[in-house]
Design a protein around this ligand. Structure first.
Ligand code: FAD
Length: 561
């Protein structure tokens, strides 16, 4: 175990802009900003007693706490929560005009900013020490449309919803239920749609309906200069493309409009646990391959949990199905296991409890969202890699399964706690998905691999309800485990890339990994709309540009500055 003595962290504060650590900060004309928008100082100390780390809804309604509190780094790159990542002041954005005023002030006075909806970003991209936080939490208006015509376009979209930037999925799912229309979201109720969709955004039913990015039809954006623009396929089309997978580095999104779909007739889940890592993965792989080849994989999302909470030497298949009756689902699953049941989802009827924290189900409706143990997690390591049908073809399935077995058996990972483990995430790849899911995916700027792959192999080792401080030691065993995992996955799936929102904090070739051949275009769009890199964050488009120092070479502490 080593102490992180010289954190190297890429944040907005690394740029040549004013933060609370600089003498310029107190001299800024704050009263000018305060006359137009609500600005509040953020306490720099971190009163642990005040933190209810078990209440994810509470945490996301506090400007100074992030929902997920950290990511362990490497011997040379400090994890971001080991350093003080608290902003100095917050602007409570309550309207688009507030965002315009705030960004005009930022651009005129060269203030370092962080933009945050919920603070769920695994790498603290919405947190930066001593910055002015532009917080969208209060922008929670919604508008459901029977037909929506994107500005400047001739064609309308049948069924859409416009969401203020602060809307979280619990609100979306609750309203979806009332309107009997579904919109794409993820599996956790407190995640926000902007970070989700701008990074890609996948849920249990993405293989049927597409991703957050593919369903985005328009966004209202306030640029770094304070200018408001409406971006869609017909105007500011380059910016619109960048917002569909390029991450949060192009402007401040104040509202976004997404396609919605008719309420599905059938929806449910099916679980079964198999003995063995390699055996479980092989058994699942054979079944899934046949489902994909029959063109039926659009009906299934979910994951295969190998080890971790599935238990030592166990693989748990946790499927979500949609658009297929329980009988049809059961018939399909017979080839996987005679013991498996397809259970239609309850809570599909309107009017049930909508309290997102009161039950495991959380919100009624089509997405079975819950938070459970995920508030305030400290990630020791994470990594994902896309996999394709060819990786589970007859001749390759055995080596695929053995590689997963090898990773799941790495001593640190095997049985470390219920949060560790290897997952085959079926939601993150849209390859062989429905025509609807694939219709707009090529218009996005996520790694093109998403269109071909079946999902990701994903590793996420985290300690729940743990807030690291300046004295938190880096887990060197976890770091070594990550090197072993990376080696195995590079041999198995080298060059396939990974999901921006659930990537590897220490990955060096992150541009290629998150965006593949789309990166040069994204960098051009970044230079056009944010040439001064005001919206900067760790492993974000343009963060390698000159003037953005990956290393700050100084120690920041979690308590105080
Ligand atoms: C518990 C949990 C569950 C998750 N489940 C899923 C899942 O099922 N599927 C999936 O695909 N992902 C999932 N994720 C990943 C999630 O999509 C990302 O963490 C995403 O970044 C969250 O977005 P946010 O807006 O809520 O978070 P924030 O941390 O507030 O923001 C994330 C990024 O977006 C930027 N941003 C936020 N708001 C704006 C804005 N208005 N304008 C411009 N930039 C903005 C921020 O600056 C930051 O870079 C999960 C994450 C967690 C912690």
């Amino acid at each position: 175990m080593i102490l992180l003595a010289t954190p190297m962290l890429s944040t907005a504060a690394d740029l040549d802009r004013c933060t609370a650590a600089d003498s310029c900060f107190d001299k800024l004309p704050w009263s000018e900003l305060e006359s137009r928008v609500e600005v509040e100082d953020i306490q720099q100390d971190f009163p642990e007693a005040d933190v209810d780390a078990n209440d994810s809804l509470w945490m996301t309604s506090q400007p100074r706490y992030t929902f997920h509190t950290g990511m362990s780094g490497s011997p040379s790159i400090a994890g971001w929560a080991n350093v003080n990542s608290t902003s100095a002041k917050v602007v409570h954005l309550r309207s688009t005009d507030d965002a315009i005023h705030a960004l005009q002030f930022v651009s005129k006075n060269k203030v370092a900013v962080a933009v945050r909806g919920t603070g769920h970003d695994w790498f603290g991209r919405s947190s930066a020490s001593g910055t002015l936080l532009l917080w969208t939490h209060h922008l929670n208006e919604t508008h459901w449309h029977d037909a929506f015509a994107p500005s400047g376009c001739n064609e309308s979209v049948n069924g859409a919803v416009t969401l203020g930037a602060g809307v979280q999925f619990w609100q979306l799912y609750q309203e979806s239920d009332e309107h009997r229309r579904i919109a794409m979201g993820g599996t956790c109720a407190t995640v926000g749609h902007v970070g989700f969709s701008t990074g890609g955004g996948y849920g249990d039913f993405s293989r049927m309906y597409g991703s957050g990015a593919s369903n985005l039809v328009e966004a209202e954006v306030v640029l770094a200069t304070g200018e408001k623009v409406i971006a869609n396929m017909c105007q500011y089309a380059d910016l619109f493309r960048a917002l569909r997978g390029g991450g949060g580095a192009f402007g401040l999104v104040t509202k976004a409009t997404y396609r919605t779909y008719s309420w599905p007739q059938w929806i449910g889940s099916a679980n079964v646990t198999f003995e063995g890592y390699a055996d479980g993965v092989s058994r699942f792989g054979r079944w899934y391959r046949s489902v994909v080849q029959q063109g039926l994989s659009k009906h299934f999302g979910g994951q295969v949990q190998v080890g971790g909470y599935a238990g030592n030497n166990k693989s748990k298949i946790e499927l979500a199905y949609v658009g297929s009756s329980a009988e049809h689902c059961r018939a399909l699953l017979q080839n996987l296991s005679a013991d498996i049941e397809c259970v239609p989802r309850f809570g599909l009827a309107s009017g049930e409890s909508a309290d997102p924290t009161s039950s495991a189900v959380g919100v009624p409706g089509w997405e079975n969202s819950w938070e459970a143990d995920q508030a305030s997690s400290y990630h020791e390591l994470s990594l994902s890699r896309y996999f394709r049908l060819e990786d589970i073809e007859e001749g390759r399935l055995q080596s695929f399964a053995e590689a997963i077995d090898h990773i799941a058996s790495i001593p640190l990972l095997e049985g470390i706690d219920h949060n560790a483990g290897v997952v085959l995430g079926l939601n993150y790849g849209l390859g062989h998905g429905s025509d609807t899911a694939l219709a707009h995916v090529r218009e996005t700027t996520v790694n093109p691999e998403v269109s071909d792959s079946l999902g990701t192999v994903k590793l996420d080792v985290r300690t729940a309800r743990f807030t690291p401080d300046a004295n938190t030691l880096m887990n060197t065993e976890a770091w070594e485990a990550l090197q072993s995992v990376r080696k195995v996955l590079d041999e198995l799936l080298g060059g396939r890339g990974s999901y921006y929102n659930e990537g590897d904090y220490t990955e060096e070739a992150w541009q290629e990994s998150y965006w593949g051949s789309n990166y040069p275009e994204l960098l051009r769009t970044k230079s056009k709309y944010d040439p001064d890199n005001i919206f900067s964050c760790h492993q974000c488009v343009g963060s390698e540009k000159s003037g953005f120092r990956e290393s700050v070479g100084r120690t920041r502490r979690l308590r105080g500055v």
